[in-house]
Design a protein around this ligand. Structure first.
Ligand code: NAP
Length: 488
């Protein structure tokens, strides 16, 4: 089947950071036949969904921005979530891609048939496209803990990514289950407002104390006046993150990982005065094994008189609160589940059918995988941004998505030049990548003895296990021999 006149049509799934990016880049490339389907009524992805108190990005804002749309006006080094959401809305409007979003339209199925993707929406519409970009995010599907009695709780109960803003926390007894980045931000934000705060900790966290100063108006003005300075700030941050974090965690024995551990330890020893509490908060695994928590004042906040850290195991939730295995009922008015996300879902529950009806659910029955996190054999012309086993961690997923999208564009261009209508990774390339990745993962800090969302069902990190520099190199140009091109 020939491409439609006017060039190929693209369907973008999701109007979060990566979907907006895709639309802007397609438009820039003159590939103007595209639509973004968004199930919600607002763009912004994770920044639309996470509205909990204290939500912020712990990647510096000048790095957590599109390279082509710097924002001289960021208020803080790590700006709050609402400001980030406004940034994406502003960029989408400025580049004119907001009007290309079909809100309230969830894609429920898509099938590759007769050389094109046939897409079905929840509203009963059909669309057909040459290419699909799945920009559906990673930390998207809330994980609800398997704790007895959750439904019996008489107070307000919600997941951190489904915050109930009708519940006034002032003067309430609030419980938080979880001690990840989310829980830490919530604790720091609400501890002074609530009557009591019980933090239910299953595993202690290493906490890197990085200050979050305001960016003064005169500095913002300097950035506004000097785009070259603005770009160099971003480049410097990118280099610093690559060298000190992304490149380091893939080598558990690296000096940088040892330095991170030393800084976290000094934070714990120097800032938690009560020896019992200090021991409760002391992790028994290496720093950066779990995703590092970045917070300037978590230890100060958790020592507030209204806060207590509960390390006794949760037995069940009862109408009046949380019962722990020491027999104590922690009486609560509000219970927050800061229990993270189901990170193996990706574009599911969309029913995705590739060549000859191959079901993605079947292909991913064991666990999700994709060649270079981007392309799946037998699923031609379907590309993922921030797909399975890509770089995740304490660095900018915007930078990752930009590199991936540029790669996809080069691949599409190369396929079209070769007269091919469809392109997908070969089985051999996908298997080789998976084998090399699994082997390299054994040297990372993520397998040094902790439980985390980085690990798959086998305990293998579901993440890019090499340096970020290697990721940049690999993304620079597709190896066409790793792809199957077909259909002239
Ligand atoms: P998370 O890191 O997966 O943490 C989930 C927490 O819930 C863990 O402490 C976990 O304990 C606990 N938990 C889960 N099930 C439990 C159960 N049944 N009983 C008791 N405790 C249970 O989730 P998150 O904090 O939402 O963060 C997810 C990711 O989002 C982060 O790692 C980060 O990548 C991103 N994030 C980023 C920022 C930012 O500033 N950029 C902010 C928030 C989130 P265990 O540790 O024992 O498993």
């Amino acid at each position: 089947m020939a491409e439609e006149p006017g060039g190929p049509r693209f369907v973008i799934v999701g109007a979060g950071m990566a979907g907006i990016l895709s639309a802007i880049k397609l438009q820039e490339a003159g590939l103007d036949d595209f639509v973004i389907y968004e199930k919600a009524d607002r763009l912004g992805g994770t920044w639309r969904e996470n509205t909990y108190p204290g939500v912020a990005c712990d990647v510096p804002s000048h790095l957590y921005s599109y390279s082509f749309a710097p924002n001289p006006g960021w208020s803080h080094v790590f700006s709050p979530g609402g400001e980030i959401l406004r940034y994406f809305e502003d960029v989408a409007a400025r580049f004119g891609v907001d009007r290309r979003i079909r809100y309230g339209t969830e894609i429920c199925g898509m099938e590759f048939r007769d050389g094109r993707w046939h897409v079905e929406t929840s509203t009963g519409e059909h669309d057909a496209a040459d290419y699909v970009i799945a920009a559906t995010g990673v930390l998207h599907h809330p994980a609800y803990p398997d704790i007895e009695g959750l439904d019996d709780f008489a107070g307000a109960l919600f997941h951190s990514a489904r915050w109930d803003h009708d519940v006034d926390l002032a003067g309430k007894r609030v419980g938080i289950i979880g001690t990840g980045s989310t829980a830490v931000q919530i604790v720091c934000s609400i501890v002074e407002e609530v009557a009591e705060l019980a933090l239910f900790q299953r595993t202690a966290q290493w906490v890197l104390p990085v200050p979050n100063p305001e960016i003064p108006p005169d500095v913002q003005d300097q950035y506004r006046a000097d785009p070259v300075l603005m770009a160099s700030v971003r480049d410097d941050l990118s280099r610093t993150f690559s060298d000190n974090f992304a490149n380091a965690v893939v080598d558990a024995e690296s000096e940088q990982v040892k330095q991170i551990q030393a800084m976290c330890l000094a934070n714990l020893e120097g800032n938690v005065t009560d020896p019992d509490l200090r021991e409760k908060l002391r992790p028994d695994y290496r720093a950066a094994c779990k995703r590092l928590v970045v917070a300037p004042d978590f230890y100060q906040k958790v020592q507030h008189p209204s806060a207590r850290v509960v390390t006794d195991h949760i037995v069940r939730v009862e109408p009046g609160g949380v019962r722990t295995d020491d027999g104590v009922l922690h009486e609560l008015d509000v219970l927050v589940l800061a229990t993270g996300f189901r990170v193996d879902r990706f574009m599911r529950p969309i029913d995705v059918r590739g060549r000859d009806g191959t079901s993605l659910e079947d292909v991913w029955a064991q666990r999700p995988s994709a060649y270079l996190a981007i392309s799946i054999p037998e699923f031609p012309n379907l590309f993922m941004l921030n797909g399975p086993n890509g770089p995740v961690g304490n660095f900018s997923l915007i930078e990752v998505a930009e590199l991936q999208f540029a790669y996809i564009m080069k691949l599409v261009d190369a396929a079209r030049r070769a007269g091919a209508r469809s392109v997908s990774a070969t089985h051999a390339a996908a298997e080789r990548f998976e084998a090399e990745r699994t082997e390299a993962a054994a040297r990372t800090v993520w397998v040094t003895g902790c439980r985390s969302w980085y690990l798959d069902d086998r305990g293998v990190p579901a993440a890019w296990p090499w340096t970020f520099d290697r990721f940049r190199e690999v993304m620079a140009a597709p190896r066409l021999e790793d792809f199957e091109l077909s259909g002239s």
